[in-house]
Design a protein around this ligand. Structure first.
Ligand code: B12
Length: 212
């Protein structure tokens, strides 16, 4: 159980309005928005994951929890992005790879990148390798961020890196990978430039990759 038991319970029950009301209350109490996001919203989602794995929660319920979590996140977002965003560090294209519809983690990474001064082009979910290459050509970002939550979709990350090489774009861009099943070891094995296990360190890693 987290310190935000009421919030955790409402997320587990998929109660949108209650989650929003509680998040507003915590914001009014001037709780640190980062702490509120991490402990109040992200931690409950890992509990949802355990319950999903053990068969105690099913897809419709997981979706309801994800939706409730997102409604809470919408309220916290302006407080986090507002903090440091007057600085411009660089441009990131960020998306979830082909076959994968999970977007909560990616959205939080986007938020954290924006909060430290990146311009983030969020290209959404289920993006195949060719599409990523097309977008990189169009947008010319400093960093390409790839998210995968399924072990079955992780190979697409490797495919993207191979296609970047084939298109002569690999040297022009840093590639960062992440998502629950992704590890530093996997990142190294596919030749990615960076990996981070959570959004805060993702933002730090992205800055580091650009020497900032
Ligand atoms: C919510 C959820 C869903 C929701 C997604 C809703 C949405 N809009 O995203 C729904 C119900 C749709 C869903 C569907 C499925 N899911 Co699901 N899902 C989850 C769950 C419970 C939580 C994921 C989440 O949002 N976590 C919270 C966020 C904040 O954490 P995160 O995503 O890990 O992101 C953080 C870091 O990883 C990192 N990060 C993320 N991306 C990136 C990118 C970069 C560049 C960097 C640096 C860092 C980074 O930073 C983030 C923030 O700190 C996980 C359980 C889990 N433990 O992960 C299962 C889980 C991922 N799902 C799973 C499965 C099996 C499925 C389905 C196949 C189920 C089915 N039978 O249909 C489908 C697949 C659908 C598809 N094609 O994608 C399995 C995967 C198992 C595996 N080994 O592959 C898990 C692990 C559940 C389980 N324990 O069995 N799911």
């Amino acid at each position: 159980m987290s310190d935000y038991r009421d919030l955790e319970e409402s997320i587990l029950n998929g109660e949108d309005e209650k989650v929003q009301a509680l998040v507003k209350e915590y914001i009014d109490q001037r709780i640190d928005p980062m702490q509120l996001m991490t402990e109040g919203l992200i931690t409950p989602m890992s509990i949802v994951g355990s319950k999903m794995k053990s068969g105690d929660m099913f897809i419709p319920e997981v979706l309801a929890s994800a939706q409730a979590m997102r409604r809470g996140l919408e309220l916290i977002k302006p407080l986090i992005v507002g903090e440091e965003s007057s600085i411009y560090i660089g441009k990131v294209v960020l998306g979830t790879v082909e076959g994968d519809l999970h977007n909560i983690g990616k959205n939080i990474v986007s938020l954290m990148l924006e909060s430290v001064g990146f311009n983030v082009i969020d290209v959404g979910e289920d993006i195949n390798a060719n599409k990523f290459i097309e977008i990189v050509k169009q947008e010319n970002p400093d960093i390409l961020g790839l998210s995968a939550l399924l072990t079955t979709t992780m190979p697409c990350m490797k495919e993207v890196i191979e296609k970047l090489k084939d298109s002569g774009l690999r040297e022009k861009i840093k590639v960062m990978v992440g998502g629950a099943p992704v590890t530093q070891e996997f990142a190294n094995s596919i030749g990615a430039d960076g990996y981070a296990s959570e959004a805060g360190s993702a933002a730090e890693k992205a800055k580091q990759l650009l020497g900032k």
